[in-house]
Design a protein. Structure first.
Length: 211
């Protein structure tokens, strides 16, 4: 199955992708990782992307889609892949569909309020990288403001501050959310409404995908 994961920032796409990879035996393709890998390996598309990135410009859609096509030709993608972080808008979805038609788009539906609460509770240890969530009893540190693993201070990242999260959500609703309608018209959209119960999220995703 060639699957696109859709959902707002902080909806849990990465966490769900990790479970789907294991269950389905297919790789997850992050366009950011793919760009870095292609540049590191010096592929023609990677060199092309590097020129844009070095100039501080966005990498054109056709270059990114060319890389996705290249990546899908590799042996580990024989049974499909999970696309996370692409397409981000309708023109990208249309261009992708012409080159590599997707089988399904799974949209993770979660309230903005839940995302803001979840992400504003996230704390990170700058020394060892351990992550916590002060809004979750299961994920909170034993001692407030201190990392359980190394004893260093834990902080809220700028990306997780409520005002930053709200700005990112506004961009998502304006630019990326319309992609759901595109895949719905193609009859490829499946949606699951989730909350903070990951076991339930997993169950709903497996049911929606028939796996």
């Amino acid at each position: 199955m060639k699957l696109v994961l859709l959902g707002a920032p902080g909806a849990g796409k990465g966490t769900l992708a990790a479970v789907l990879i294991e269950k389905m035996g297919i790789p997850s393709i992050s366009t950011g990782n793919m760009l870095r890998e292609a540049i590191k390996n010096g592929t023609p598309l990677g060199l092309s992307a590097k020129k844009y990135m070095d100039a501080g410009d966005l990498v054109p859609d056709e270059v990114v889609i060319g890389m996705i096509k290249e990546r899908l030709a590799e042996p580990d993608c024989a049974n499909g892949c999970i696309l996370d972080g692409f397409p981000r808008n309708i023109p990208q979805a249309e261009a992708l569909e012409k080159v590599v038609p997707m089988d399904c788009a799974l949209s993770i539906e979660i309230a903005d309020e839940t995302i803001v609460n979840r992400m504003s509770g996230r704390r990170v240890c700058l020394k060892c990288g351990a992550t916590y969530n002060v809004n979750s009893a299961a994920m909170a540190p034993k001692k407030e403001g201190t990392c359980d693993k190394c004893g260093d201070e834990i902080v809220i990242r700028k990306d997780d501050a409520p005002e930053t999260v709200l700005a990112r959500l506004a961009t998502y609703h304006e630019q990326t959310e319309p992609v759901k309608g595109y895949y719905e018209k193609l009859g490829k959209l499946k949606s699951i409404a989730i909350d903070n119960d990951f076991e339930r999220t997993k169950k709903l995703a497996f049911e929606a995908l028939g796996i």
